[in-house]
Design a protein. Structure first.
Length: 157
């Protein structure tokens, strides 16, 4: 008969449904049969943390295993999302050379988004790349700025 598993009935179909659901959620299910009772536990596929499959709660409300697993996945140190979250933090808070840090902060605070910067490390002029494609060249002093200006045509004709 289609849809009915051999050797089982409603309980077996329900068990198969939960196995499919938990596999789709990235969890594993282990089991031990004791007569007609099946004892199950949900295991985080990334770190191995286990959860009971019964509901927990009372007058304050009910917490289901899926709620516990979802909450755990948000903080699981082995979950692949932790690497992505770390990369996002790196991109949102880039490392900036101390010599140009105050300029970069002032530009960003003024709404002029920066994407890269370098102080020059005493070997060359510093620079700050802006999100719109422009780049600011930072001369360490007045004399160096005049030397850089010599490479460009005069604005006075």
């Amino acid at each position: 008969m289609p849809g009915v598993f051999r050797g089982g009935g409603v309980a077996y179909r329900r068990h198969a449904y939960w196995r499919i659901l938990l596999d789709a959620m990235g969890a594993k299910m282990s089991e031990r049969e004791e007569g007609v009772n099946v004892i199950r536990k949900v295991v985080c596929a990334f770190c191995g943390h286990t959860f009971p499959t019964k509901r927990i709660g009372g007058a304050q409300g009910t917490i289901w295993t899926t709620d516990l697993l979802e909450a755990h996945i948000r903080i699981c140190p082995q979950h692949p999302m932790r690497k992505l979250e770390e990369r996002i933090r790196e991109l949102e808070n880039p490392k900036v050379d101390k010599d140009v840090e105050s300029l970069v902060q002032a530009l960003n605070k003024a709404g002029i988004r920066t994407v890269a910067s370098c102080s020059g490390h005493g070997k060359r002029p510093g620079n700050i790349a802006l999100a719109d494609g422009r780049e600011l060249i930072i001369a360490p002093d007045w004399e160096t700025a005049r030397e850089i200006e010599k490479d460009f045509p005069s604005i006075n004709g």
